[in-house]
Design a protein. Structure first.
Ligand code: GRF
Length: 204
């Protein structure tokens, strides 16, 4: 079986990165060959080093990988799937073009609600809490040129009716994220994600 080479983009803690790396079902299917971040000192880089995965610092500083050469870098690494797992910057348009339908993002709410620019991290969970919604969840979607706007691949909902703070929502949703993201990566690696009829289907 051909192993899918995956690049994971991160900006912070990296718990989703760890969930991918620890996922048993992904062991023989994928290889995370690059962890890329706009934050040179993010905890997620520590996780990558723990697993001996090459890290790339993306930015404008000297010595950083410049955004203008990102597409070339990813191609030279033979990356088949890009996973955004808590990456807070926009992916450059040329990268989206080259990797169309091969970039996925995990969002900690049920899109299209509670998404868009500025809707990340605790901002999302606070907005959900303040809305008085009784259900939240996690969404994995393809990435296009607009924040949180690409086609939805899978959503999993989470009952939050008994919770009393945004922090509790974040915790409960995160547990689901850690299952959902490896699941979608598995389906992708097995070529089971089809986007016929402008809707994404998971094939059996
Ligand atoms: C997750 O909630 C993810 O959905 C969002 O950012 C958070 C990243 O957490 N996009 P971590 O860095 O994976 O721990």
């Amino acid at each position: 079986m051909i192993v899918l080479k995956v690049a994971v983009f991160v900006s912070g803690r990296g718990s989703n990165l760890r969930a991918i790396l620890d996922s048993q079902k992904l062991q023989d299917l994928i290889s995370v060959t690059a962890v890329i971040s706009n934050k040179i000192d993010c905890p997620a880089f520590e996780i990558a080093r723990e697993y001996s995965i090459n890290t790339y610092y993306l930015g404008k500083a000297e010595g950083a990988v410049q955004y203008s050469v990102l597409a070339k870098l990813l191609e030279s690494l033979d990356i088949g799937l890009i996973v955004l797992a808590g990456f807070l910057k926009m992916i450059p348009a040329d990268v989206i073009d080259v990797f169309r339908n091969r970039i996925i993002n995990i969002h900690p709410a049920l899109l299209p609600a509670f998404g868009g620019k500025g809707m990340y991290g605790m901002n999302v969970h606070r907005a959900v809490f303040n809305s008085t919604a009784k259900v939240s969840g996690a969404t994995v979607h393809f990435v296009n040129e607009v924040y949180d706007d690409g086609e939805i691949i899978v959503q999993r909902k989470v009952d939050i009716s008994d919770l009393t703070s945004p922090e509790q929502i974040a915790e409960r949703v995160l547990k689901v994220e850690h299952e959902l993201l490896p699941d979608v990566i598995e389906q992708f690696a097995l070529n089971k994600i089809s986007s016929d009829n402008a809707r994404i289907e998971i094939l059996n």
